[in-house]
Design a protein around this ligand. Structure first.
Ligand SMILES: [Zn+2]
Ligand SMILES: [Zn+2]
Length: 93
């Protein structure tokens, strides 16, 4: 099984900027993705969710089972959980 490429941390956040006609909201992710400037926070949140959903699915074995404990996001492979799984993989190279 190929190891995952170095993951870009996807930690999208929504920023609020005061504009001439009121606040604008825009999501931005450390990976470089940004959304449109939106008039409402929830619209920026839609963009954010679209970005998260567009991310490649993490293989089941690497999905974090306790994201809160491990400080992981659901869209990120979890090294801790992956290690636990590999305990059951007795293949030796
Ligand atoms: Zn991202
Ligand atoms: Zn985990």
């Amino acid at each position: 099984m190929a190891t995952a490429p170095t993951p870009v941390r996807h930690r999208p956040t929504i920023t609020r900027t005061a504009g001439d006609v009121g606040a604008v909201y825009q999501f931005a992710c450390p990976c470089g993705a940004t959304g449109e400037e939106q008039a409402a926070r929830r619209m920026a949140l839609v963009d954010l969710n679209e970005h998260v959903l567009s991310l490649p699915k993490v293989p089941a074995a690497q999905q974090c089972r306790t994201p809160r404990t491990h400080g992981n996001q659901l869209w990120e492979p979890c090294g801790l959980c992956a290690d636990q799984t590999s305990l059951f993989d007795l293949e030796v190279s």
